[in-house]
Design a protein around this ligand. Structure first.
Ligand code: ZN
Length: 120
């Protein structure tokens, strides 16, 4: 998922993926121009702080991640109304592989948890 620091940035990306949205907690519907207008207003009236960001799902749904973890989905995409949207933001896991036994080890670990091999 892509991260955006403004709702307008997220909306501009979302309009390349979908043509209609509905608000997650209400019946209001948005199309391209109304979504972009709303995003612009929201950014100027309620700019988000440093730990927060917006995310856009593969189908164009827009979510708000307030603390960098939990995702609040704001706009659901008409392109995939039943999309399975994650409620937690996960950064791509960095997995290293032990050169001796081949098991996955935690990023930053100095020794393999399985065989004890020293890792670079
Ligand atoms: Zn190992």
């Amino acid at each position: 998922m892509k991260q955006f620091t403004t709702l307008l940035g997220a909306a501009e990306f979302a309009v390349t993926l979908a043509t209609g949205w509905h608000f997650a907690t209400a019946d209001e519907r948005y199309e391209k121009t109304t979504l972009l207008a709303l995003a612009e207003t929201s950014d100027s009236e309620n700019p988000i702080d440093g730990d927060s960001f917006y995310v856009v799902s593969p189908s164009g749904a827009i979510g708000f991640c307030e603390d960098g973890e939990d995702i609040d989905w704001l706009f659901l995409s008409d392109a995939a109304p039943n999309e399975d949207l994650p409620l937690i933001y996960q950064t791509a896991a960095q997995v290293k592989i032990c050169t001796k036994c081949g098991s996955g080890v935690v990023s930053g670990a100095r020794f393999c948890g399985k065989c004890g091999e020293r890792l670079n």
